[in-house]
Design a protein around this ligand. Structure first.
Ligand SMILES: O=C(O)CCC(=O)C(=O)O
Ligand SMILES: [Fe+2]
Length: 261
């Protein structure tokens, strides 16, 4: 057992190496599209991560993005005002992998064999790889009052997040499962139109600092509501690939990070 990792996370509650635990987690993820590991990080780790995030916030790249729900270039063949092209706003700050300290608990967890083996078992993957660029693997997001992540479908098949600091209000993760079928190119334009007109009541994921979320976001539409009050929402995203040698596209790096390396 990696001793640094053992001192950081609650292995008693989340025995990564146990086959039974892995199977339970896989069943939950397959049934619900989301797996939450409550209180994975010990309180001392959360404290370290808040201090680290506060110390590095001056490095964050803040951006306001206009995008559509599909996070793809607009389809100009469709009529104006079509739900495929409807503009959605997102705003947040981000620090990138090369700005997260190498001794950070985030990087210890990200690289730990025990953790990656657990993720592979739960996701049904053979191996996971870091991004082949120096920005995209471990990120920390900051959302100040009024900042939010608008409705979207992820491009990646799964995402792993760790909430570090919860705002006083807002900042809720809302989602609707299986809202499109991207493998079969079924984009659910009618449903998206209704969603953007407020015709659906989404599910809300209740998460606390120290919780890990493993979410399949390619077909489940989701958003994070605006932060309310003075306390910034801080969240880390741990991103992996299922193939080696993959870089985040240059356009995505410029949009989200404002630089290529
Ligand atoms: O901030 C979150 O909780 C989710 C982030 C997210 O959906 C994304 O980065 O695509
Ligand atoms: Fe997302």
């Amino acid at each position: 057992m990696n001793e640094v990792l053992a001192a950081m996370i609650d292995f008693e509650r989340h025995p990564f190496k146990s086959k039974d635990f892995q199977v339970q987690c896989k069943e939950k993820l397959d049934a619900r599209g989301v797996l939450v590991l409550n209180k994975l990080l010990l309180p001392s780790t959360i404290k370290t991560l808040i201090e680290e995030a506060n110390a590095n916030e001056h490095l964050a790249y803040y951006c306001n993005n206009s995008h559509n729900i599909y996070l793809r270039p607009n389809d100009e063949s469709l009529p104006e005002g079509h739900s495929r092209n409807q503009t959605i706003s997102s705003s947040k700050g981000c620090i990138m992998d090369d700005q997260v300290p190498s001794e950070s608990p985030l990087k210890v967890l990200y690289s730990a064999d025990e953790f990656q083996d657990f993720l592979c078992a739960v996701l049904g993957e053979k191996a996971l790889y870091k991004y082949d660029d120096n920005l995209s693997s471990v990120n920390v997001h900051y959302a100040h009052e009024g900042q939010e992540l608008g409705w979207h479908f992820d491009n990646s098949a799964f995402a792993i997040t760790l909430l570090i600091q919860k705002p006083k209000g807002g900042g809720s993760f809302e989602y609707i499962r299986d809202f499109r079928d991207s493998d079969n190119d079924e984009m659910n334009y009618e449903g998206v139109k209704g969603l953007l007109n407020g015709e659906y009541t989404p599910s809300v994921l209740s998460i606390e600092p120290g919780d890990l979320v493993l979410f399949r976001g390619r077909n489940s539409v989701h958003r994070v509501t605006p932060t309310e009050g003075g306390r910034v929402r801080i969240l880390s995203v741990l991103a992996y690939n299922t193939e080696p040698g993959v870089q985040l596209s240059e356009s995505a790096r410029m949009t989200f990070y404002g630089r290529l390396n």
